[in-house]
Design a protein around this ligand. Structure first.
Ligand code: NAP
Length: 276
């Protein structure tokens, strides 16, 4: 599978499974664990989680799914903004490592910008990296201005920015994505299916039929066709976990890409970054 080089020189896979809403309900837990285990069996190269998801419950599912495996996917997790102080970030990271039974997180993100000074969070990120507890760090829900501020604190090491980006939410293409591309910082597209809302779109359905794939696969293949973009669709059902991975193999023609541009036009002016 393709990967993107981060500014540190480490590689990040272009595809993974998301885990938002996992670990919240005891009734769904077995199914969610099964979905994450199945993704690992299918060789999903990346898992995205956060201390926020299920209040640590999603990280525990990830830990259980990884237990006893020799080879593990690239792991992304996130610190809550209210924990992102100098000492709070380190403590939160250690709790996440414990829940996932890991020695190191591959990419650790500030989940969104909160009240804590960014300088403090980055100081903690540098410290965690030097201690080997994280391999890379980055941010999430940062618009271009925030990225510029981060660039003054990150010693050139911000590895990614995870933002809302999909066919129906193309705002980042106006200035954020070009800004990130210029610096070779991969953009992680979250909610690539717009949480399922995209899938009823008539054009997407028709085009998927012509390509010979499902609407979800077409929406994901479009995200993956954008240079410097990686994505992390979430599903808790085996069939969809497998279906979504199939998107990685789909190459879209210029005609299909042009039809998608007509149905979901790129932004003509700056749009504030969307957030879910
Ligand atoms: P998403 O991946 O766009 O969509 C997930 C929804 O679509 C679920 O309801 C899922 O249902 C359904 N679905 C998945 N595959 C499908 C398929 N092939 N056919 C039909 N329906 C399908 O939305 P998301 O979970 O919000 O985003 C993905 C991940 O990004 C999250 O899980 C999380 O890891 C991350 N994220 C990060 C932030 C942030 O602030 N950094 C915000 C949002 C999300 P089932 O589970 O029932 O299959």
């Amino acid at each position: 599978m393709r990967s993107c080089k981060m500014p540190s020189g480490n590689e990040m896979p272009v595809f993974g499974i998301g885990t938002w809403r996992m670990g919240e309900s005891s009734q769904r837990r077995a199914q969610e664990l099964d979905a994450v285990k199945y993704a690992i069996e299918l060789d999903y190269p990346m898992i995205d989680t956060a201390e926020m998801y299920g209040d640590g419950g999603a990280e525990e599912i990830v830990g259980e799914a990884l237990a006893g495996r020799r080879k593990r996917p690239f792991i992304v997790s996130k610190v809550y903004p209210h924990n992102a102080t100098r000492s709070g970030t380190v403590a939160a990271c250690e709790r996440s490592l414990k829940r996932m039974r890991l020695e190191r997180i591959d990419l650790y993100l500030l989940h969104w910008r909160g009240g804590v000074r960014l300088a403090e969070t980055f100081e903690a990120f540098h410290r965690l990296r030097e201690a080997g507890k994280i391999a890379d760090f980055g941010v999430s829900n940062f618009d271009t201005g925030d990225m510029e501020e981060a660039a003054g604190l990150d010693k050139g090491l911000t590895a990614s920015n995870q933002v809302l980006y999909c066919l129906s939410q193309r705002g980042p293409e106006y200035d954020l994505l070009p800004w990130m591309r210029q610096r070779s910082i991969p953009l992680m597209a979250y909610s690539p299916l717009d949480q399922g809302r995209l899938l009823g779109n008539a054009t997407l359905k028709k085009l998927a039929g012509s390509v010979g794939c499902t609407p979800a696969q077409l929406a994901l293949a479009w995200v993956l066709a954008q240079p410097g973009v990686v994505t992390i669709p979430k599903s808790m059902t085996r069939e969809r976990v497998k279906e979504n991975l199939g998107a990685v193999e789909i190459k879209l023609s210029a005609e299909v890409l042009a039809e998608l541009d007509r149905a979901f036009p790129p932004p003509k002016r700056k749009q504030p970054l969307g957030m879910l």
